[in-house]
Design a protein around this ligand. Sequence first.
Ligand code: UT7
Length: 320
Amino acid sequence: MKIIGTGSAHPSFTLTNDMLASFLETSDEWITSRTGIKQRQVITDEELKDLAADAAKRALQNAGLSPRDIDFIICSNVVNEYATPSLACLVHEALDASCPSVDINAACTGFIYALQIAEAYQKAGMAKNILIVCAEEPTRMVDWNDRRTCVLFGDGAGAVVVTEGDNLKAIKTTNTSLTEVLVEKRVLEPTPFIKKEEVNKPLFMSGQEVFKNAVSSAARDIKEVVAKAGLQIADIDLFLLHQANMRIVEFVAHMLGEDKLKFPHNVENYGNTSSASIPMLLDELNAQGKLKNGQKLVLSAFGAGFTTGACVLEWATDKN
Ligand code: UT7
C-alpha cells in the first residue's frame, strides 16, 4: 500500500492554557512543562461529521481522486454525537460515495489499526483505493472541572487516501487487557428492565500508568517494526508519534538513541486529538513539503485498551 493523499480539519475555536487558567486551578507553566501543550482547537458549534467530511475531501483532492474512485471507507472514532449511523456512513453521505464503509474504535491507536485493515483489504483483493478518516472530539469525554484530564485534549480530523503499492514495509498492532487506566463510561437510554445503578463517568486517566505503558510500548513496537522492515533505527528519517504529550515523544527519542529533530510534533497547537493526531501531523508535514520521496517514516501510537501499534512507511510522491 501507499499513501497518495492527506487532509485535515479542525474546529475554529482556539483554547489557550491561559484561558484554561481563568476557570481552572492550573497554569500555562504547569501544562507546558508537563505536556508541551500551549493551545488546542475545541468543538463549539461544529459537528464532528462535518470536520471528518472536510478532512476527507481535502485528502481526496490531494490524491487527485473523486469519491466514486474510493472502494472502502474506514473511520476511526471513539465518540461523536451519533451512535448510529456510523461516522463512516455520515462521511459517505457528505461525499456522495458509493462504496462500503465502517467505523472502528481502537482509541488513539485507530489510525495504525485502520492502515492494517486497509492493507488486509488490498491483499485480499477486496479494495484498491481506501479512504481512512480519523475524527475525534475527546473534549466531549472529559469533566471540564477535572484539571488532570481536560487540559490535555483537543478536537480534530485527519484523513488519508491509500492505494496499492509496496510502501508499507512493516506494521504491527497489539492489545493488552488494561482497561481501567483510561476509561469513560456512559449511561444509555433507560428501559423498564434495568435495575442496576448506572452513572456517567467522564474520562478517567491514570496518567503515570499511561505514561509508563506508552513509552515502553512505543520503544518496543518501533524496534520491532523497524527490524521487520529489515532496517536499523538510524535508517528512519522521521518518527511520527501519537501527539499526546511532548515528554512522551522526548522520552521515546531518548530510548531509541535518536535526535529529537527526527520527531516532528504539533501537540503544542492541538493537544491530544486521539486517533486524529498522526494523520493531522502527516497532513501538516505534507502540506509544508517536508515529506520527500523515498523517506522512511515510522508511525507509532498507543491508547485506551491498552492498544498500541506501529508501522514503517516509505513516502512516495507519485500518485499512481
Ligand atoms: O491518549 C491518551 C494518552 N495519555 C497520555 O499520554 C497521558 C500520559 N500521562 C502524562 O502525560 C502525565 O501523567 C500527566 C501530564 C497527565 C500528568 O503529569 P504527572 O507529572 O504525572 O502529574 P501527576 O498526575 O503526578 O500530578 C502532579 C501534581 C498533582 O498535585 P499534587 O497531588 O502533587 O499536589 C496534581 O493534582 O500536579 C497536579 N495537577 C495539576 N496542576 C496544575 C494535575 N493536573 C494539573 C493541572 N494543573 N492541569
